[in-house]
Design a protein around this ligand. Structure first.
Ligand SMILES: [Zn+2]
Length: 77
């Protein structure tokens, strides 16, 4: 892997992890949404996990498939 995450991306990935654990608050949702406006890498990640990040507000209690968790774990590596 030659890609490296910026500090902002690390924050986003951390937020998404919290989301997967059902612990994401609306402030974190907003941060993810705003970051995805400028970061295609994270936007693609989020899109792969959910249709849009905005869904996190209503879907935090819905478990993601294991494949999505595995993807996230790889990215956090
Ligand atoms: Zn990013």
């Amino acid at each position: 892997m030659t890609e490296s995450s910026t500090a902002a991306c690390e924050t986003i990935l951390s937020g998404i992890s919290a989301y997967l654990d059902g612990e994401l608050d609306t402030t974190a949702c907003d941060a993810i949404e705003q970051h995805c406006q400028t970061c295609r890498r994270c936007a693609a990640l989020v899109k792969g996990l959910r249709e849009t990040v905005g869904l996190c507000r209503q879907a935090a209690s819905v478990p993601l498939p294991d494949a999505a968790r595995a993807l996230l774990e790889r990215l956090r590596g």
